[in-house]
Design a protein around this ligand. Structure first.
Ligand code: 0X9
Ligand code: ZN
Length: 677
């Protein structure tokens, strides 16, 4: 059922109730009544038409409207009452879902209100028929449901017990309070459990606002990407070795279930706080956290209802408890106490929409004591995802808010905390999600893991990029050259000021552990152009592999700028070989060598391929372990040979026998037929 259908139903059943409740909340009993916007004479324009308030038939269905505000304080008052979707500061309006009575009240109070025709049409459009949709939310197959997301991530953990755990971290409101089954809230923890901690931690949370569909899916996809890339991508590999990534994909599953049915549901589904209209139940979980709680709506039907008390909701309790268990408290109790520069931990709450990277504080306009550092890391994120980067409470950024999760994580624990407002819609088109939101945000999230060790320090330093080892497969003792780019320019606030950029002053590399792990030796590199004198430099070093153990090694490169800021490292694999597998590919019936056979070798993280010459011979340098050989050639049945065992210092001979496929016999058959056999 579409939102509008539901909404209309509600209006038919209890229109007077709604009217009374909302009008009373909006105009009469609100602590500060709405004030006139910047337009002297209230008017409502629909397209090019403009008609005076009072004579406007506001209709009986909700619309998406542009409401023009007078100043930031006016915006904050409106944002505390309306279901604000987005703010366009340059043009001086907010976009909100307006019920007829809200629209009437705004016009009555002198506001200029315009209908957003495009969004209103989308709100009212019937859902397209589903054509063979196997899974996902109706009409949005790219967004998995709560059940599908939970099943897939539980399965991911079950399939990779060494890398992932799927943990129940608390209950939804329906599970705690109702006759309904409700849901557990879960966290997926990703880290190489064979490596001991403690490790720096990054927490990514999705879908605290139910209708923001892209958020849970981005979090789930990122988790899946990390697991799939472990052992294949060097950066993902060391990040899961040396960090913990905690993913809370669905922070509000009860509400999410309502959104999955087509409603523009934002809050949880708590129904016992005084709201008597089922489609308006719920507490806004992003107004319910305990840091500076109070200041959002006290109307239990409002989309920004703060709840009867701080942390009144089980979801908020579960989230706060979880964050407090993951992150130590690194900050004093005062609002102005700075988090120490060397504090660890990073938290991102995913929301939609508006393409913003927001950082605390949101509860007031004045900056926090870590404002410049939070801004620097924010500008890194802005470089990757292209979003505007600003302090939530700063006038012109969004609007002030109390009880948000990110304010709590920073304010209470000192964790570097961010809100990403993804994309441009709640029910975002799948193509925009797949083609734009995912590719723009994965690099930002990868950087977030790297920055989680020193979020207040390393973002000011240069990034290491494009680390290459040449060659990348060698026998111990053979020389290897490592090269990398060191880049101090990758910041973008998209309109909120420039980040100072420094000259690169140094770069070093380490082997098999990043520089901060005790006992790790750092080796120097030198600039390829002879001098460290620019904000982007290419560096190189000769790596002495004498005595290195066979197997896969990781080289980490890390840069430093002229002000002494060290940046985050990047890494590359380097393989030390001690064994070989060789043999000859022969035809099964004739025993003749076969030329042009593609022999694929895989195992122990190694992937190599060779094509045989006229003698049918192949040879791979490998290290001790078991491998799989997959030879294939046109005209022959492909085959798989496994396990092929390689022992240290010994060359294993594994010949390949290939049997001709049907095409080989085809000319004979045709010939036989043509002579009438
Ligand atoms: O209003 C909100 O909770 C967030 N916007 S949304 O459209 N996703 O609902 C913005 C919160 C901004 N404030 C902080 N992040 N502190
Ligand atoms: Zn949100």
């Amino acid at each position: 059922m579409s939102f509008v259908k539901l909404a209309v139903q509600v209006y038919c059943v209890s229109y007077y109730h709604v009217l009374n409740l909302l009008l009373v909340a909006l105009i009469l009993t609100a602590p500060s009544a709405v004030r006139p916007g910047p337009v002297a004479h209230a008017s409502e324009s629909v397209g090019l038409r403009s008609v005076p308030a009072g004579s406007v038939p506001v209709g009986s269905v909700p619309v998406v409207g542009r409401v023009f505000f007078a100043d930031p304080a006016d915006l904050d008052r409106l944002a505390a009452r309306l279901d604000v979707w987005h703010v366009v500061h340059d043009a001086g309006y907010l976009v909100a879902l307006l019920h007829p009575d809200e629209r009437a009240a705004l016009l009555q109070a002198g506001y200029r209100v315009e209908i957003d025709e495009a969004r209103t049409a989308r709100l009212n459009q019937p859902e397209p028929p589903l054509v063979q949709q196997a899974g996902g939310i109706p009409s949005y197959p790219c967004y998995r449901t709560v059940e599908e997301t939970y099943a897939d991530l539980a399965q991911l953990a079950a399939g990779h017990p060494d890398l992932a755990t799927w943990t129940d971290i608390g209950d939804s409101w329906e599970k705690v309070s109702g006759d309904l089954p409700g849901y557990a809230l879960y966290a997926l923890v990703l880290t190489n459990r064979a490596r001991p901690g403690p490790k720096p931690k990054f927490v990514l949370m999705g879908a605290i606002h139910a209708r923001e569909l892209t958020t849970a899916e981005l979090a789930a996809r990122f988790a899946e990407y990390l697991v799939a890339s472990y052992g294949i991508d060097p950066d993902v590999t060391w990040l899961l070795d040396d960090f913990e990534v905690h993913i809370l994909p669905m922070a509000n599953p009860d509400g999410r279930k309502r959104a999955e049915a087509g409603e523009y549901w934002r809050k949880n589904t708590d129904d016992d706080d005084g709201c008597t209209i089922p489609s308006y139940y719920g507490t806004d979980l992003n107004r319910n956290s305990s840091f500076h709680w109070g200041g959002a709506s006290t109307n239990p039907c409002s989309q920004t209802y703060q709840g009867p008390s701080a942390v009144s909701e089980p979801e908020t309790q579960a989230i706060q408890d979880y964050l407090a268990a993951v992150f130590p408290d690194q900050r004093g109790p005062g609002d102005e106490d700075p988090t120490p520069d060397d504090a660890m931990g990073l938290f991102i709450s995913l929301h939609s929409f508006g393409e913003l990277v927001l950082f605390p504080y949101g509860f007031r306009s004045a900056p926090s004591s870590n404002d410049a550092q939070l801004e620097t890391l924010g500008r890194k994120f802005g470089f990757f995802n292209g979003y505007e980067v600003c302090r939530s409470g700063e006038p012109g950024c969004i609007y002030t808010t109390t009880g948000t999760t990110d304010d709590w994580a920073y304010g209470e624990l000192g964790v570097a905390a961010y809100t990403f407002e993804l994309g441009w819609d709640f029910f975002e088109d799948c193509s925009f999600f797949e083609d734009t939101i995912v590719p723009a945000n994965f690099p930002a999230l990868l950087y977030a893991i790297k920055a989680a060790r020193r979020p207040y320090q390393t973002p000011a330093g240069p990034e290491a990029l494009d680390v290459v080892a040449t060659p990348s497969f060698v026998f111990a003792g053979a020389p290897v050259t490592v090269t990398a780019a060191i880049d101090d320019t990758r910041y973008d606030s998209h309109g909120w000021g420039d980040e100072p950029v420094q000259t690169i002053a140094d770069a070093r590399y380490t082997v098999d552990a990043p520089s901060w792990i005790t006992g790790t030796v750092s080796h120097p590199t030198s600039p390829t152009d002879g001098a460290f004198d620019a904000p982007v430099e290419t560096v190189q070093a000769a790596v002495d592999t004498t005595g290195w153990a066979p197997g896969r090694h990781i080289l980490y490169v890390e840069g430093q700028d002229a002000e002494g800021h060290r940046g985050v490292p990047a890494a590359v694999f380097l393989w030390i070989l001690d064994s070989a597998i060789q043999g000859t590919a022969r035809e099964g019936d004739s025993g003749l060598p076969v030329k042009g056979v593609t022999v694929h070798l895989s195992g122990n993280g190694l992937e190599q391929e060779q094509i045989t010459g006229p003698d049918g011979h192949y040879a791979f340098a490998v290290f001790t372990g078991t491998y799989t050989l997959a030879p294939s050639a046109p005209g022959y049945f492909s085959t798989v040979l496994t396990p092929v065992v390689a022992l240290s210092g010994i060359t294993t001979t594994q010949d390949i026998v290939l049997w001709p496929g049907y095409r080989h016999y085809l000319p004979l058959v045709v010939k036989a037929k043509s002579v009438g056999v």
